[in-house]
Design a protein around this ligand. Sequence first.
Ligand SMILES: C[S@@+](CC[C@H](N)C(=O)[O-])C[C@H]1O[C@@H](n2cnc3c(N)ncnc32)[C@H](O)[C@@H]1O
Length: 163
Amino acid sequence: MTRLDTVIKRLMAQRSCLNAAAETLGNMAGPVLELGLGNGRTYDHLRFLFPDREIFVFDREVASHPDCRPDPEHLFLGAMQETLVTAAEQLGPAAVLAHADIGFGGAEATERNVVALGPKIPPLLKSGGLVICDQSLDRFEGLSPLPLPPDVEPGRYHVYRRD
Ligand SMILES: C[S@@+](CC[C@H](N)C(=O)[O-])C[C@H]1O[C@@H](n2cnc3c(N)ncnc32)[C@H](O)[C@@H]1O
């Protein structure tokens, strides 16, 4: 598989998981969280899927396409190790969905990020809310794995329900 193939599969997996989450959640009330704005692609898709919900965005910087930038009231800027805690204090366990695209800079750096951020995600979710992540969060308490959409290969993306 080429790197192009890998990127395409990853983006298709993201879209399938986000689309499936929108169907699963239906009209369950609560905001959506985007952990990792990056280029803003998945943020833009979340805006499309959840036009009537607040979407709070987390990143250390805003480097997205100009059309895909949250307003300041919906942006938690800085290291997520800190801003996830701040958000939990401000928002409480209110979110129905957190999409976490937090892999970067090689396996070791990604592993450190997962260890640092993983335990800080469940307190932001209401019971029954969903977490969709590019990394496995199996080791963290409060999250139960859910089946992937049929077109997503096992391990390519991860979906959890908040207990
Ligand atoms: C892979 S990109 C996200 C791409 C995005 N989903 C998109 O579709 O364009 C990951 C983003 O998460 C941010 N990020 C990762 N770990 C972080 C951390 N611990 N604190 C703050 N930002 C972080 C990076 O700055 C980067 O912009």
